[in-house]
Design a protein around this ligand. Structure first.
Ligand code: FE2
Length: 233
């Protein structure tokens, strides 16, 4: 008797590795990060328009709002980097010399200013080529608390939850999942860190993360952060 034709196997839903996040191992928080945070915040909000580069939605970029380089002076940045080294055990923190053409510019030590209308959460991992650790310094004096940083797990089609990090053999989620943009509904917030003025969060850049949200309409009301990216060895 002839065998019935084999049905092609259903495509397997993509999965990601999961590790339960722990403060002190996967992410670190420093309160009161800068001794002169109000001064730094005022200085960055006061930068003229020509000091900023526009991202989404004005320009087709990977990132929202606008960015301005050299947010902190070397003197302001050095103690923060010393703390990152102490927390992560990194002997050396550095940035790769050239931008990764497959990803956004590295934007280490950039100020980023994003309003409520500019974007919402966009879960992603940072390219492994560019960073092992990323940092966000919240610099809006009176922020909306639910606008810090969230970490996410991938939702499975059946309702279960998959992982929260980029597989070690992939550079980014696009490579791991085979598609460049997953809808926000594909992600379940797992750990949500509140926005608090002068709090620095540093995290493993291969964890799925995003700004929890943005706020503000006028320039001086928008969500201001300092962004940092470190390779480490
Ligand atoms: Fe990121």
């Amino acid at each position: 008797m002839p065998m019935p034709p084999r049905r092609p196997a259903a495509p397997k839903a993509p999965t990601l590795p999961y590790r339960k996040l722990a403060e002190g191992r996967d992410y670190w928080l420093l309160e009161g990060a800068l001794p002169n945070a109000l001064e730094v915040s005022a200085r960055l909000y006061a930068r003229p328009e020509e000091a900023w580069t526009w991202g989404l939605p004005r320009r087709a970029e990977m990132w929202p709002g606008m960015r301005s380089p050299n947010a902190l002076t070397p003197e302001e940045l050095a103690p923060l980097e010393a703390w990152v080294q102490k927390m992560t055990g990194a002997k050396r923190l550095w940035q790769p010399p050239s931008p990764d053409p497959s990803n956004a510019d590295l934007s280490h030590n950039n100020a980023q200013l994003v309003g409520a209308a500019d974007s919402g959460p966009r879960p992603h991992t940072d390219s492994r080529r560019l960073a092992q650790f990323a940092g966000v310094l919240y610099l809006t004096p009176r922020p909306l608390p639910r606008s810090g940083t969230s970490f996410y797990r991938l939702r499975m089609p059946g309702g279960g939850l998959s992982g929260n990090s980029c597989p070690a053999n992939c550079y980014n989620l696009t490579e791991a999942l085979g598609q460049s943009k997953m809808p926000l509904e594909a992600w379940q917030p797992d750990v949500v860190i509140a926005n608090a003025f002068n709090r620095l969060i540093v995290y493993r850049a291969d964890l799925v993360h995003s700004a929890t949200g943005y706020f503000g309409k006028a320039h001086e009301e928008k969500r201001l952060t300092g962004l940092f990216f470190w390779r480490a060895d």
